[in-house]
Write a protein that binds this ligand. Structure first.
Ligand code: SAM
Ligand code: SF4
Length: 456
């Protein structure tokens, strides 16, 4: 195995699961002598870890490949540049990518990136043949192991992959395959290793994370598969881990045990991302979400009863086929009832191969844009009001790095808000109490109350 130093540039698009995958690709490539570079100029290997969720996300990849072409030409005289496309565009388009963008040397899907070393060697031997988009999740995690290179105090850990829900707008079931959960022992080993490297906060990831049903820890086989609530409580016992989060959940997979975990596990942060997508039952049905608006609100009510300080975030789509003004009003009503701390909102984007793309009653782009503007104004007001409601409260903040000003620290509140405070650098990596004195749309500031909790 060659250990000559080589420069690796990875560009990550899309969700947190791609961020995790990019980190793991670095882990796989480090033994081959690859070191991370900040820019693609002069890199020996460039990986675009792509997202296929909306049309724009996929098109961005092709524009980026166009920009990489001259860099690859320049590098030809000094060892050459290998260009790889990974992630969901790779999975969805496979060999088509190399046809449309001959600058690409290899294509690797989200379930096979542990084979990057072999694929790179193959690309160097026979261009155009290095392609692997199989679904073999188990093998991937076994091969990746639990040792990770990490920086900072917060890390993502994939615990579940894939989706069987088949929402009619979504490509995920086609690009990420069927639902599958990692065994609890394997997850715990990875988180223990992260804690030993200074990680204080873990976010458990899955396309349908609350559908988690992992093999129980060895010796407890009789208990059957563990749900996410059990996993969260188990992770809370790992020394050094101060904060736990998980994302993304589906309303259909909410069970009482998970709601109870918010009540009985203080390390589980009181901030919950539960996408609903629309407020009209007609649209929810046509999206195949398999629940009503009322059922969604009932879940939020139960969560708020279990953990009164919980804040809710979500995802919304406007302009799904057949959405009328009245349906859109129902979405606005739902948003008013839930009162989100933050919420992502998107215009519906037709994805090839999904049932939504073939629906006849597509909504005009202009109507979608107008509805999105109205929705975003409401959501932005709710977010600002939520941030302002923090003023006067004392919040535990995990300090992550120095702030922009001298003597300043930057950290995150339990609600993932950015918090700026004057304080000593030795607090970085610890949780300290901050009295919030000011709020803007995107951040909070305040002063240390003097009480600090060591995170170690
Ligand atoms: N599994 C999660 C769930 O059930 O809500 C969401 C996963 S998806 C990666 C993230 C978000 O992208 C979705 O919640 C949805 O709002 C948005 N999204 C997915 N497909 C879309 C499409 N075709 N057009 C617009 N937004 C889309
Ligand atoms: Fe996509 Fe629906 Fe699965 Fe979420 S639950 S990943 S939106 S198909």
């Amino acid at each position: 195995m060659s250990t000559t130093r080589k420069r690796l540039f990875i560009k990550t698009y899309g969700c947190q699961m791609n961020v995790y995958d990019s980190d793991r690709m670095k882990d796989v490539l480090t033994p081959l002598g690859y070191e991370s570079a900040e820019t693609p100029e002069g890199a020996d290997l460039v990986i675009l870890n792509t997202c296929h969720i909306r049309e724009k996300a996929a098109e961005k990849v092709y524009s980026e490949l166009g920009r990489l072409r001259p860099l690859k030409d320049e590098k030809a005289a000094s060892g050459g540049m290998t260009i790889a496309v990974a992630g969901c565009v790779a999975q969805a388009e496979g060999a088509e990518i190399m046809k449309r963008a001959p600058v690409v040397d290899l294509v690797v899907g989200p379930q096979t990136y542990h084979k990057l070393p072999e694929l790179i060697a193959q690309a160097h031997r026979a261009k155009g043949e290095a392609l692997d988009t199989e679904f073999e999740v188990e093998d991937k995690f076994d091969r990746l192991g639990s040792d990770r290179q990490v920086e900072g105090y917060s890390a993502f850990v994939t615990v579940q992959e894939g989706c069987d829900k088949f929402c009619t707008f979504c490509v995920v079931p086609y690009t990420r395959g069927a639902e599958w959960s990692r065994p609890v022992d394997q997850i715990v080993a990875e988180i223990r290793a992260l804690a030993a490297k200074g990680i204080r906060e873990v976010t458990l990831l899955g396309q349908n994370v609350n559908a988690f049903h992992g093999a129980p820890p060895s010796g407890r086989e009789a208990e059957g598969a563990w749900g996410l609530g059990q996993l969260v409580r188990h992770v809370a016992l790992i020394g050094g881990i101060e904060r736990i989060r998980f994302t993304t959940s589906h309303p259909r997979d909410m069970d009482e045990d998970l709601i109870q975990a918010f009540a009985d596990t203080p390390k589980l942060m009181p901030y919950f991302h539960l996408p609903v997508q629309a407020g009209s039952d007609k649209i929810l049905k046509s999206m195949n979400r398999q629940h009503t608006a009322e059922e969604y609100v009932a879940i939020i009510d139960r969560l708020r009863a279990a953990r009164p300080d919980i804040a809710i975030s979500g995802d919304m789509i406007v302009g799904f086929p057949g959405e009328t003004d009245a349906d859109f009003e129902a979405t606005l009503d739902l948003v008013r009832r839930v009162n989100y701390a933050s919420c992502f909102s998107f215009k519906y984007s037709k994805r090839p191969g999904t049932p939504g793309a073939a629906m006849f009653n597509q909504v005009d782009e202009g109507v979608k844009s107008a509805r999105l503007a109205v929705l975003q104004e409401l959501l932005s007001d709710q977010q600002a009001a939520f941030n302002e409601s923090m003023i006067g409260r004392t919040l535990p903040v995990l300090f992550e790095k120095p702030g922009r000003m001298d003597g300043q620290l930057h950290g995150r509140s339990p609600y993932l808000q950015s918090v700026h405070v004057d304080g000593p650098a030795e607090l970085i990596g610890q949780v300290g109490e901050v009295r919030i004195e000011a709020a803007s749309r995107n951040s909070l500031s305040g002063s240390l109350t003097g009480s600090k909790r060591s995170a170690a």
